[in-house]
Design a protein around this ligand. Structure first.
Ligand code: DHE
Length: 546
């Protein structure tokens, strides 16, 4: 699908030109046009997220030919089939034997360089389906919008809007490929949904039945979108980051017109040039007209001041490489982000525009947005789980509240590691809750991947409660794992919604729990509920409550 910069001919011709007879006899990895295109598609859909399109490595290993050729065809096929202890998943239940064989060859070939995607391409892809002046002037439905959940239906390229009060699917909306996240406008009226294919859709919740009012393709591979939330800039801008090309784009928050594109190609914190520094998480500050934009490969955290986008001012903060996801502390002054393959958490002081701390943690931290609560012994803490370690890490965060002065000595220290299991992706709590929830969908043990753990935050030494979400769903047992993923609270903090993420043809569900009693309340399922993963409660996402 992408144009190659060099082809296999060049590779095979080089040794001959150098006169090396021994070289000439060695078969260079090669594939038919069809097999190469098929492998390129699989690589984009399944591998590029962790390894990068240029295969320079990030969460996953560097897969440039110099490294893959050393491993060789047989070993690569084995790794692809069975996965590794290092966190690489097994593909034997996803890909055919031939596909695995071709992939093993493909990753020994020189990576293709995808095309750039500038203002011309963005503008050509941009459509305003309902102009701002033709949109409703008031809310045209009776749904409690605060408690609507925008649910990613990963493999069908859709989001389901679910009414959190009635637990009924309100509508299902066609979006980009394998939608990643939904984020809200400052007003809570518009939902912005980004697909892995870079398609960004803007949905108006005021319509009688919500639908897409504007759409644009911001790149070829993307994960993040956010809006302007500072006072005076509400609903004014949207910003989306792409993995390829490595850049972010600022758009009009009313119709997605692309206004400014900024490349993130630059130097890593180690001083090396990187051609593919992908945009990972983006959050919007409530104390300044600013976005925090985290650039994965370089480890640079950008504070982008959007008060004058013609004369864009950016503060560049060096932290650690492989920035991924993160969230605000309870005061919303500090942003904590995982530098996942560096096993660190970087904390940015957005008031001063400086790095506040770089904290060593266990392997592969993965907070989602993290979880904030008052620890009985250490005061305010922010929690992250880990993909690669069996703990939930609690980090003490500063507070201006006088009653927390006694905890100052702990600030930015890991104050506790609560025993969990590896393969965790998301932790969650709510200011009105006494519980901390953590999933473990990437754990190789089926039962653990189908379960979540809950701790009483008042006494973390009490045994955690394990809830088997797959069993509670009452759905028929399947051979394939149905991963229990992404706990998300209702707007009032009384319920926790967990996705039960089955295969594309399996029946999946969202299982809703009462947060106080931990009793199962409702199973939301439907043949159209295909591979639900992330769930974004309108009110909690709008106000960054976690
Ligand atoms: Fe995510 C957030 C990237 C795989 C579900 N994911 C994020 C963010 C990034 C990211 C950069 C932060 C966005 C922000 O806050 O602005 N995710 C990636 C990847 O690169 C990766 C590892 C591989 C890939 O190819 O995409 C990846 N992510 C997954 C999944 O497989 C998950 C579990 C299921 C799915 O739907 O694809 C998944 N990612 C999520 C969710 C969030 C997320 C639910 C938002 C968490 C939140 O509570 O805000």
């Amino acid at each position: 699908m992408w144009k190659g910069v060099r082809n296999a001919l060049l590779l095979t011709a080089l040794p001959l030109a150098m006169g090396g007879a021994a070289f000439a006899q060695e078969a260079q990895p090669n594939l038919s046009k069809e097999a190469k295109e098929g492998s390129a598609k699989i690589y984009f859909e399944r591998c590029a997220g962790c390894h990068g399109v240029l295969r320079k490595g990030a969460t996953g290993k560097n897969l440039e030919p110099a490294n893959t050729a050393k491993l060789g065809q047989a070993r690569l096929e084995k790794i692809l089939t069975n996965g590794t202890d290092g966190g690489m998943v097994n593909f034997d239940d996803i890909l055919t034997k031939d596909e695995i064989k071709n992939m093993a060859t493909y990753i020994q070939m020189t990576p293709d360089v995808p095309p750039e995607w500038g203002i011309k391409e963005m503008t050509n892809s941009w459509k305003v389906t309902v102009k701002p002046e033709d949109r409703p002037k008031k809310q045209m439905n009776k749904v409690n919008l605060k408690n609507v959940f925008s649910v990613t239906l990963r493999d069908s390229g859709e989001v389901a809007l679910i009414d959190g009060d009635t637990k009924k699917i309100w509508t299902i909306i066609k979006t980009g490929y394998a939608v990643h996240i939904s984020r809200l406008s400052a007003s809570g009226r518009f939902v912005f949904v980004i697909g892995r294919d870079g398609k960004l859709d803007m949905i108006d919740l005021w319509m009688e039945t919500p639908g897409v009012v504007a759409t644009i393709k911001i790149g070829l591979d993307a994960r993040s979108v956010e809006t302007s939330k500072f006072k005076g800039f509400e609903d004014k801008y949207a910003v989306a980051g792409s993995y390829w090309p490595p850049q972010y784009v600022i758009m009009d928050g009313q119709d997605l017109k692309p206004l400014k594109i900024v490349s993130t190609r630059s130097m890593t914190v180690d001083g090396e040039y990187h051609p593919e520094p992908r945009v990972a998480s983006i959050v919007s500050s409530e104390i300044k007209p600013e976005w925090v934009i985290n650039v994965k490969e370089t480890g640079q955290i950008l504070l982008v001041d959007y008060s004058d986008i013609e004369n864009l001012k950016t503060t560049t903060i060096a932290s650690a490489k492989f920035l991924h996801d993160g969230g605000w502390d309870a005061s919303k002054r500090y942003f904590l982000v995982a530098a996942n393959a560096s096993n660190k958490i970087a904390a940015v002081d957005t008031k001063l525009g400086k790095l506040a701390a770089l904290i060593d943690v266990k392997k592969l931290p993965h907070p989602g947005r993290g979880a904030n609560f008052a620890h009985p012994k250490f005061g305010p803490v922010w929690a992250t789980g880990h993909l690669g370690a069996d703990v939930v890490t609690l980090i003490s965060t500063p507070s201006d509240d006088k009653k927390n002065a006694k905890f100052k000595e702990f600030n930015w220290k890991v104050v506790q590691e609560v025993k969990h299991v590896p393969g965790n992706l998301f932790v969650k709590t709510h200011p009105k809750s006494k519980n901390l929830w953590a999933d473990s969908p990437q754990n190789p043990d089926k039962e653990l991947a189908e379960s979540v753990a809950v701790w009483d935050m008042a006494d973390l030494s009490k045994p955690k409660k394990i809830i088997n979400v797959a069993k509670d769903s009452g759905l028929p047992e399947t051979k394939a794992t149905r991963r229990a993923v992404h706990p998300e609270y209702s707007a009032d903090g009384s319920e926790v919604w967990i996705s039960l993420w089955g295969g594309k043809t399996d029946q999946s569900a969202i299982v809703v729990y009462d947060d106080k009693t931990l009793a199962m309340k409702k199973v939301i399922t439907d043949p159209k509920m295909i591979t639900p993963t992330g769930k974004f409660n309108v009110y909690n996402t709008q106000h960054d409550i976690y």
